[in-house]
Design a protein around this ligand. Structure first.
Ligand code: KG4
Ligand code: ZN
Length: 309
């Protein structure tokens, strides 16, 4: 990995309490050429040195994706390089392997702002989706609970910090769907339980106790299903990836649960957990080797299933 430049838009969206798609797309258009220049400069390479140009074109906010797709097309056209379309979540799934060699087969838990996905990953990056969220993604639940508590956006890091600092008893919240006999998730109910708790206890609750209670319920649910899948499919390793895998409690607990079972847990460093270009290049490289290229009609899609290899 020669460079991995990330431009965060958090300050632009903070005051709206969530991502505003139109603002996101415009900011992408303003900054993308500068980010590409910086990535090349930090890597100390010229455009002509590249073998191919990979771009994530699915799934996600369509305006933002289109800016990336059009920039990649222009670059590939000018430099006469192959153009490789990449699924965003496949990028998250490959991210842990950029930091450590991850053995196959393994179970991958992707926890991001828009996605919660449990995937069985076999030799050669063959992917089988075992479960996903039926309603809110876990990152979305973090963000909504933070909003209910009057904390800033994005909510994940703030809840993480407050929960860590809380030394008293956490509030007991239900573990959503832990018992259910499948690998799907549902976090809308947990968010509603938090809302009812806040309404019932009006001015009489400790923010830290709620943050800690919510975090414990969310993380325990994620890990219960992840390790149930790991045992059922007899894998020796699990990976956790996506923005929420920056969470310190989740990182600590996944390591403990893996150790208990004699398994290995791989959680990439923070710079590879949240959205980044390196993970897209990792998938793009493998697709390029297989000749899976796009032509100039490439476009973006807001939703798309993961395919694997
Ligand atoms: O993967 P990501 O950067 O973007 C998407 O593809 O969605 O994930 C963003 C999500 C946000 O919901 C944010 O609140 C959450 O990751 N997040 C965290 C933490 N840091 C970021 N959630 C919990 N604990 C954190 N430390
Ligand atoms: Zn993401």
């Amino acid at each position: 990995m020669l460079s991995n430049v990330v431009s965060s838009q958090v300050p632009l969206h903070e005051r709206f309490g969530g991502i505003v798609p139109e603002i996101a797309a415009r900011r992408h258009a303003e900054i993308i050429t500068r980010i590409i220049d910086r990535a090349l400069r930090e890597a100390n390479v010229e455009l002509s040195d590249l073998d191919a140009i990979a771009v994530t074109n699915r799934p996600g906010l369509i305006g933002a994706l289109l800016v990336g797709v059009e920039a990649a097309k222009a670059l590939a056209f000018v430099a006469q390089k192959p153009l490789v379309p990449v699924h965003h979540i496949e990028g998250h799934i490959l991210a842990p392997s950029l930091a450590h060699p991850v053995p196959f087969p393994h179970v991958c838990l992707t926890v991001a702002g828009g996605h919660t996905l449990l995937v069985l990953v076999r030799e050669g990056w063959k992917m089988e989706v075992l479960g996903s969220t039926l309603d809110d993604a876990v990152g979305e639940a973090y963000d909504k609970v933070a909003k209910l508590l009057g904390l800033g956006f994005p909510g994940g890091p703030v809840i993480d910090r407050l929960a860590n600092e809380w030394e008293g008893e956490p509030v007991e919240f239900p573990r959503p769907m832990v018992q259910a006999d499948n690998y799907d998730f549902s976090f809308a109910g947990l968010k509603t339980a938090v809302r009812y708790y806040l309404e019932r206890n009006a001015d009489n609750y400790a923010v830290g106790a709620v943050a800690a209670g919510f975090q414990i319920a969310a993380v325990e649910t994620l890990l219960a299903k992840t390790f149930r899948a790991a045992e059922a499919f007899r894998v020796q390793a699990v990976t956790v990836t996506g923005g929420v895998s920056a969470n310190r409690y989740l990182r600590r607990r996944v390591a403990e649960e893996a150790q208990k079972r004699g398994m290995e847990a791989f959680v990439p460093p923070l710079s590879l957990c949240t959205d980044n270009g390196a993970m897209i290049a990792a998938v793009g490289y493998r697709r390029w080797l297989r000749g899976e290229l796009a032509d100039w009609t490439l476009t973006a899609s807001p939703s798309a299933p993961i395919e694997g290899f």
